[in-house]
Design a protein around this ligand. Structure first.
Ligand SMILES: Nc1ncnc2c1ncn2[C@@H]1O[C@H](COP(=O)(O)OP(=O)(O)OP(=O)(O)O)[C@@H](O)[C@H]1O
Ligand SMILES: Nc1ccn([C@H]2C[C@H](O)[C@@H](COP(=O)(O)O)O2)c(=O)n1
Length: 233
């Protein structure tokens, strides 16, 4: 009976997903949040999950080479998102607001190292897929279009030159009163790009069916409009 064939598809699979993957500082988070708000869809910051595990591992004084302990830590770490309507959602790690610690380059580097462990990625898979709820989801990360939501109807791969990404991060951190050097940030960005793109499991790469948008020299609103046009032409 034809109806039986449809039953194989889970209800979640009918919820539309827009995936936005790309390297650090390409604007994934900023653009995803704005597009999700315009569409009235949910938002998944998948990087925050890896960062949260990194931060929790730091709190527990775990060695980044102790993969067994890091995998256990992944299962034990509860991550909550609280949107107070004032920009970036707050991220709670085991009940503690860790948003500011999560956004540091140190947390980014730890997340990138932990994210190369296949069992950590496997442990976070279902947690990410559970965000797919009506009326739709915007999901940002490195493997949203390739691994987590390969059937997403809308996929974007955002890039910008490494120099521009470092400039953006420099301004972002300066505005927060964090003292950094442009050279140091550029080195960190290039190191993170290399690790994320070269790991064996779910490396950073565009899905075959992703639309590439190079945001070098583009302002935020122009990128948002270009992405929205893909979903609502
Ligand atoms: N098109 C753009 N033009 C100028 N600045 C931008 C643009 N897109 C994002 N930015 C700024 O760049 C900074 C980094 O953006 P964002 O945090 O969204 O990047 P990301 O790709 O999510 O980074 P990460 O992967 O490290 O979390 C922010 O300060 C943001 O306002
Ligand atoms: N889907 C994802 C999301 C993130 N990571 C890893 C690699 C990143 O360097 C790190 C931090 O992510 P960010 O907050 O900068 O988006 O987490 C990943 O491997 N896969």
């Amino acid at each position: 009976m034809p109806a039986m064939h449809n039953e194989a598809q889970s209800p979640a699979a009918t919820v539309p997903v827009l995936t936005i993957d790309g390297p650090s500082g390409s604007g994934k988070g900023t653009i995803s949040r704005m597009v999700a708000a315009r569409l009235g869809w949910r938002y998944l910051d998948s990087g925050a999950l890896y960062r949260a595990v990194g931060v929790a591992a730091g709190w527990a004084d775990l060695d980044l080479d102790d993969h067994g302990a890091l995998v256990r830590c992944t299962f034990d770490t509860e991550v909550g998102f609280r949107d107070d309507g004032r920009g970036e959602p707050r991220v709670l790690v085991n009940g503690t607001d860790a948003t500011d610690e999560l956004r540091t380059e140190t947390a980014g580097a730890a997340a990138s190292a932990i994210a190369a462990i296949p069992e950590v990625r496997a442990a976070l898979k279902d947690r990410q897929r559970r965000f797919r709820q009506p009326p739709g989801l915007v999901a940002d990360g490195r493997d949203m279009g390739t691994v987590i939501f390969p059937d997403a109807p809308f996929k974007v791969f955002l890039t910008a030159s490494a120099e521009e990404r470092a400039q953006r991060r420099y301004k972002q951190l300066n505005d927060k009163g964090v003292s950094v050097t442009l050279d140091g940030l550029l080195r960190e960005i290039l190191a993170r790009d290399a690790r994320d793109a070269q790991r064996a499991v779910a490396p950073l790469r565009p899905a075959d069916d992703a639309v590439h948008i190079d945001t070098t020299g583009m302002d935020i609103d122009a990128v948002v409009e270009q992405v929205l046009a893909l979903v609502k032409p």
